[in-house]
Write a protein that binds this ligand. Structure first.
Ligand SMILES: C[S@@+](CC[C@H](N)C(=O)[O-])C[C@H]1O[C@@H](n2cnc3c(N)ncnc32)[C@H](O)[C@@H]1O
Length: 257
């Protein structure tokens, strides 16, 4: 609760301030075609850091509306979001999901550059536990590797939906975001978790915003989710644009929350 409340306040403040660097919109303003859509949510026991039910609902609705043929998730954890994608995508959809190889988790968790929150998540992660044995498990391809060095090139330009949800420090989010933007096809979407987060994950916002022109990333109002929808037939985003420095970000935060 201690961390949830400031986050909620932060998001509300950003929303009310209009967002100098990123807009916050209701899901229905982003996807007006979202009418009378039904989704499937599986109720699983709580597991510490599990993605909030409301975020799973939004991810399920977006999955329904995009009807993806291919999804790439960076950061499986127990596979709750992976299962959610599998339950709400068309039968022929393939969901690729990447997490650290089990044998390298202890070494990864001991790495000095990780935040305490990231270390805890890695230690608690039992990759794929939540989707194993489900009737949609055949749609899921579990990949193992460290996203910071993983070769994403075979997936470039092919993904209808990419979900970025692994390490949350600046360098890792920036790298994962750049790869996500290369993987998403025109007309597809990239979604980030832990965006506009006030607490341990505050780096996510700055890293994502540094990869795209202003106001192309949209926070889904009252959630931890942000989305970028690549226009059909659009050229890849220009990543050479001027970057925000940490100082700029602080002043942005001062203006917007
Ligand atoms: C926040 S959890 C993912 C939650 C999951 N998407 C869900 O909603 O249920 C982050 C996951 O990223 C994994 N991870 C951490 N560092 C990673 C890295 N360098 N490469 C790939 N996965 C990583 C962790 O092991 C953890 O399982």
């Amino acid at each position: 609760m201690a961390r949830v409340f400031p986050n909620r306040m932060f998001r509300e403040y950003v929303y009310l301030a209009g967002g100098a660097r990123w807009p916050a919109k209701d899901l229905w303003d982003i996807f007006p075609e979202l009418q009378r859509v039904r989704v499937t949510l599986e109720c699983l026991p709580p597991c510490g850091i599990g993605t909030p039910l409301e975020d799973l609902l939004y991810l399920a609705l977006i999955t329904k509306v995009l009807a993806p043929r291919k999804i790439f998730e960076i950061g499986t954890f127990r596979g709750r979001s992976t299962l959610n994608f599998a339950l709400n995508s068309p039968e022929h959809c393939v969901i690729y999901t990447l997490d650290l190889p089990p044998e390298s988790k202890s070494a990864a968790a001991a790495s000095a550059e990780l935040t305490p929150a990231d270390k805890k998540v890695i230690e608690e992660s039992i990759t794929g536990l939540d989707y194993r044995g489900s009737e949609v498990a055949h749609k899921i391809v579990q990949l193992y590797g460290d996203s910071r060095v993983f070769d994403f090139s075979p997936y470039y330009g092919q993904m209808d939906l990419v979900f970025v949800d692994a390490l949350k420090h600046y360098t890792a989010v920036r790298h994962d975001t750049e790869e996500a933007l290369k993987m998403v096809r025109p007309g597809g979407a990239v979604i980030w978790h832990a965006f506009a987060n006030y607490g341990d994950y505050h780096d996510v916002t700055r890293a994502v915003l540094d990869c795209l022109p202003p106001r192309e990333v949209v926070q889904i109002a009252n959630t931890d989710l942000a989305i970028y929808v690549r226009a059909p037939a659009e050229r890849p985003p220009d990543m050479r644009r001027v970057e925000l420095s940490a100082g700029d970000y602080e002043s942005t935060r001062a203006q917007t929350g």
